[in-house]
Design a protein around this ligand. Structure first.
Ligand code: ATP
Length: 281
């Protein structure tokens, strides 16, 4: 990873500055800036419509930003994205693969697009890792939603990406399979040093996999931090509670400031109360 670390200032695989996406009257992404360090897993969190998928789509070059800049692996994604795209990949259970092709045919097509050298072996290896050797030769359109999600994940790892974008990767998986997939993602990152950006609604998944969290609401980033830091800062029990707190804190873009202010006032009150109690003793 040393060579890769030199590619962007500050050792970040993804650098986003003042990014905006406007769809007519809707500001889907409203001037966000963030950086993702090499080799980390960062969560992109937010309620429905917060702007996560739009952000991921701009990172992949599927959508053009209305304003702002994105650099991935040191390449500007507006003018010079193809070199970076070769080293990136993406999975979402909501994007379909051609349904009339078999799973193997689909993976072969995508593998060729990425010029994967050892393609047949790589497909077998991923089929084993994601437990779909049994249905490699079935039509993609005739396997279940959870099975399709596993194939989509395998597709995203075909080219052994250095930057992996995952949009709700375990949304349609049963708890046992979701656990296996999380282990696979963890091992992949440890083994390759890949950088992962993960949009998820599953908070235990975020606590387990992510070093850092970007919390979005209404197209803006309203808070960031490591999961344990956020849990501690808000004085809550887990990321589920933090998510609910931030998502429901409408009308106040700086949820943390408000919460800290509230905590400070409570502390002042409690200290004053203790002092008064001391005087009365
Ligand atoms: P979810 O958790 O529901 O997947 P999200 O955070 O991924 O939500 P986005 O899909 O990025 O949210 O949508 C952000 C906003 O942009 C929403 O208000 C959505 O309706 C709007 N939007 C997204 N794509 C388009 C589009 N092509 N045209 C118009 N509006 C869009």
């Amino acid at each position: 990873m040393t060579e890769k670390k030199n590619e962007t200032a500050g050792n970040h695989a993804i650098v986003v500055k003042n990014l905006e996406k406007v769809f007519g009257p809707i500001r889907a992404v409203d001037g966000i800036s963030f950086s993702v360090p090499f080799g980390s897993t960062t969560a992109l969190l937010g309620g429905n419509g917060a702007g996560k998928t739009t952000t991921l789509s701009m990172l992949l070059g599927i959508l053009y930003p209305s304003a702002g800049s994105i650099a991935v692996l040191g390449h500007d994604m507006t003018n010079d994205r193809y070199t970076a795209l070769e080293r990136m990949n993406f999975a979402s259970p909501f994007t379909d693969l051609p349904r009339r092709l078999t799973v193997r045919e689909n993976l072969t097509v995508y593998g060729r697009l990425y010029s994967v050298p050892d393609l047949p072996d790589r497909i077998d290896e991923l089929a084993e890792g994601f437990a779909f050797t049994d249905f490699l030769d079935r039509h993609y359109g005739k396997i279940s939603a959870g099975q399709q999600a596993r194939v989509a994940l395998a597709k995203s790892l075909l080219n052994r990406p250095d930057v992996l974008l995952l949009d709700e990767p375990t949304a349609s998986l049963d708890p046992d399979m979701a656990d296996k997939i999380r282990s696979y993602i963890e091992k992949y990152r440890k083994k390759t040093g890949a950088t992962i950006l993960l949009a998820s609604h599953n908070m235990p998944e975020v606590e387990r996999l992510c070093d850092n969290v970007l919390m979005m609401r209404e197209g803006k980033i309203v808070d960031t931090g490591a999961p344990q830091t956020l849990i501690h800062r808000y004085g809550l029990r887990n990321m589920e509670d933090v998510f609910l707190k931030v998502a429901r804190d409408h009308g106040n873009n700086n949820a943390v400031t408000a919460l800290l202010k509230k905590k400070k006032t409570a502390k002042k009150k409690s200290t004053a109360k203790k002092k008064r109690a001391g005087k009365n003793d």
